[in-house]
Ligand binder design. Sequence first.
Ligand code: ARG
Length: 274
Amino acid sequence: MCPPAYFDVKYVINPWMDATTPVDAELAVKQWDRLRETLIELGHRVHVLAPQVGLPDMVYAANGAFSVDSTVFGARFRYPQRAAEAAAHQAFYARLSSEEAPGEDAGGTRAGWRFVAPTEINEGEGDFTYVPGPGLILAGYGFRTEPAAHAEAQEVLARPVISLRLVDPRFYHLDMALAVLDDTTIAYYPGAFSASAQAVLRQLFPDAVVASESDALGFGLNLVSDGRNVVLSAEASDMAARLVAAGYLPRLVELTELKKGGGSVKCCVAELRG
Ligand code: ARG
């Protein structure tokens, strides 16, 4: 995670951003702290990436890379305003690899991270996610990540990549419309996807939690789950009820300020899959 020390909305690269709406910087940091504390309370280890002046979107740490089996596929951002974030993430994994000698990590098995730089445009976990059970990568395209990056990810990560076309600009990243809840279960909002992509999702995940448009608009799919506890935006109360019905334990957090940049819980958290 990367604290929103320099967070602001000064440019517009998605439909949620409005450069004339003021951001409460202090509240943004408070809300972010609460999200970080929530993850720690749930037993997770949170590494913190140093924020940089001039990179207001760096708080959306999920976009900087995508890792599976200790291989890190680096990001290449679509817009120049965020381009410099990629190098900060690369440096983070290099540092983590040198700090964490094999066996020293909490998990006890990590032997360092192999970083692979991308050729095509991809925005990390914004458009890539991993379903551990079947070992599948789900990948979005249409607004940010190039479809060619999906093939690249499959070569780098050696896992099958399922390409899904996003069709609604409000859900410009996959992580705005789809989330992995546990090893085999996903939640998604069908309307964000092309008809064919919806058919693919129905075929692969007949037991998915299907979210409504208002769940998605409340950023209720931009969540982080450990398989049982699901951390999501407090705004998404219908989604929380849906999760309870499906047997999960929702943990609601307020992220009103970061929503002004077009992101919520998931956008703030880059998951390290060692
Ligand atoms: N302002 C950022 C952008 O448009 C928000 C990124 C949100 N991150 C995410 N994982 N969806 O790039």
